[in-house]
Design a protein around this ligand. Sequence first.
Ligand code: ADP
Length: 188
Amino acid sequence: MIAITGTPGVGKSTVSKVFCEVQDCNLYDITKIVKENGLYYEKDEFLDSYVVNFDKLKEFFEKEFISNEKNKSNKSVVIEGHVSQHLELDYDYIIVLRCEPKIIEERLKKRDYSESKVHENVEAEIMDICLIEALERAQNNENIKIHEIDCTNKKPDEVVKEIITAISTNNLTYGTVSWLEMYFDYLQ
Ligand code: ADP
């Protein structure tokens, strides 16, 4: 079971789709599942985002893995979403995608996000938030392995190849991406 996380706009959904096509995995999009099944406490109107009910989300996956026919095929599962690291599932890997903050900013502006939502997400990328959360999650489950990939200037299929190589050679690394020095002024 693989979680693919990263700041909104980093390319999770694009990369996860390609990964699942190439590797023939079952793909779950957390944002879609949360919205469609009402697995949230409330909608944050200011940030236009959902306050996820992680207990209910975990229940959803537990039921899904036990009952759903497609999971009896023993295919690998990819759970994609910027909060996937918070879910208390027995992931084998958490893949953290990274991308240069200015590219994330451009992509999120195209989504018509409010200025504050764009700013909050760019700040989160600069401050390694998804990676830190993934590491916190792995502290509570020693079987989870973390791998971080800088997707800047890489095509989705190149990122997918990197993920496959990292997993198959067990060459998993993190801590190599740092935007802080370059983007310190953005945080002021
Ligand atoms: P996320 O799921 O992390 O929010 P998306 O997969 O929706 O991000 O990607 C955001 C935008 O960036 C989309 O328009 C997508 O086509 C584009 N994109 C994603 N990955 C890449 C990439 N590696 N190179 C160029 N554009 C990309």
